[in-house]
Each structure stands twice: as C-alpha cells, then as structure tokens.
Design a binder for this molecule. Structure first.
Ligand code: CIR
Length: 258
C-alpha cells in the first residue's frame, strides 16, 4: 500500500431548495432545507478546520441531488475522471463540475455512455481504486475507469454490490490499512488484508465516514462507531447529517477531496 496522502482542497456545493425532490429510498421524510443549509455550513467549517481550502459552489436548483458532488468526479493525484451518473436526473450535474475541475487538473478524462459511474462507488486506497458494481455503476463504466487508471499507472478492481446504494455506503478507507466495513462487505475476501473496523447494522449509516489528514468525520449519534474509530487512534469529529441522510447521502457524498 502507498504512503498516506494528504488532501489540500475540497469542492462542495450548497444544497438547493429543490433538494426536497432528491432521489431517496430512506423513508425518513422530506429534508428541511434550512436545517440542511446549517448542517452543510458546519460541514464546510469542519473541512476548513481540517486544513482544506474549500471551493464552495452555489446551489443548483436544476439538480435536486447536486449537493452530493462526490458522485460526479473521481479526483486522483494524476488525473480527474468526470463520471456519467447512473441516475438520469443527475447526469447534467457533470457539466458544471467539469468546468470547476478544469481549473485544478490538466488531465481530464470522461466516462462515456453506455458506461455509467457514480464516484460514490469508487474507493481510493493509495494507487488502487475499488469500484462497486451497483445500480448506478455498470461494468462498462467500471472498465472505462480501469482503462483510464492504467494510463496513469494506477489500478482498479471491481466489487459486486447486492443491497447498498454505493460502495462507500458500506466502506470507508481511513488510511494506514484501516478500513471501516459494514453489512454485505463484512467477510468479503477483497478486503482481507485490511485492519477491519466493523460497524454493526444498527449503525450502518455511520459506515460512510471520511478521513481527512488524520482526522475522521463521522455522523453524530453513532456511539459504537465513534468508539471503534477513536480506539484506532483517530481524532473523531461528529457532524449532524440528519437532512442528508433523508436523501441517502452520507458524509463522503458532500465533497470531492483532492
Ligand atoms: C442519490 O440517490 O443519488 C442521492 N440522493 C444520494 C447520493 C449519495 N451519494 C453518495 O453516496 N456518494
């Protein structure tokens, strides 16, 4: 495995009022826009506290799920890959994201139909990228990602998903070989060489947490996760994510870190 990398920047997008029309399977009710804005502000402040420069984009009311910027691009140390989101209602999000990413990357690649990819399905572990095959990311899209990665001396492999929305709904890499794992990924031989931090089903939402420069951000209200991640020596920051959870969105989904 590679040396730990340090992120210096993050791209985020403010939630829009249209977020109430976002895709969801959660049955937790409609998100409250004002509360979501507050939670998003707290998220941005936390990224700043972690030492990142935050590029904050204005809300885009045309795309109810556009605050979940993570799905629109894969940002690696060598290149950026603009995805082709699996949900039709999200496909147009990539146009604006591409224009932002172009300011920071000279090597930009794009996934082409019929390939579809949501980058929430891609987990970076050093120079290797695990790509979940989900309802959003198909094999054609995953193979395009792997081909592109090879051009830049990076590697990728696929992981089958049964129930989760995205790969990182149930996995989070915390560097130093530490991997947060929940649900269907527990016991998966693909992850046998990691030091596993198991998240019980009752706290499954907290499996989507984020490592930023040796701090780990987890959603508030998940004491077992907090304890298990803290025990590994990380400084843990908790954020209230209730309004984004209503749209199946987790902490990683709200930013592109690079
Ligand atoms: C969607 O279904 O696309 C959004 N409501 C949630 C996206 C969450 N993104 C992620 O897990 N990377």
């Amino acid at each position: 495995m590679e040396n730990d990398l340090k992120f210096s920047k993050a791209i985020v997008r403010k939630p829009g009022k249209s977020m109430v029309n976002g895709l969801t399977s959660s049955n937790l009710g409609l998100p409250d826009y004002d509360k979501a804005v507050e939670q998003h502000n707290a998220y941005v402040n936390t990224l700043l506290d972690c030492g990142l420069t935050v590029i904050e984009l204005e809300a885009d009311e045309n795309y109810p799920d556009s605050t979940f910027v993570e799905d629109t691009a894969l940002l690696t140390l060598s290149c950026a890959i603009i995805t082709n989101p699996g949900a039709l209602s999200r496909r147009g999000e990539i146009v604006d994201i591409k224009s932002v990413v172009e300011k920071y990357y000279s090597d930009i690649e794009e996934i082409q139909s019929p390939g579809t990819v949501d980058a929430g399905d891609i987990m970076m572990v050093g120079s290797h990228f695990y790509i979940g095959l989900s309802e959003r990311t198909n094999i054609n899209g995953a193979e395009q990602v792997i081909r592109i990665l090879h051009k830049y001396d990076l590697t990728g492999s696929t992981v089958d998903l049964e129930n989760m929305l995205h790969l990182k709904t149930g996995l989070a890499y915390l560097e130093n070989k530490n991997l947060v794992v929940c649900g269907e990924f527990l016991g998966d031989p693909a992850f046998k060489d990691f030091s596993i931090i198991e998240i019980p089903e009752v706290e499954s939402y907290a499996a989507n947490c984020v490592w930023i420069n040796d701090k780990v951000i987890i959603p508030a209200g998940f004491p077992i996760t907090k304890q298990r991640v803290s025990e590994k020596g990380y400084s843990v920051i908790e954020l209230d994510m209730s309004e984004f959870q209503k749209l199946d969105g987790g902490l990683s989904c709200l930013s592109l870190r690079f």
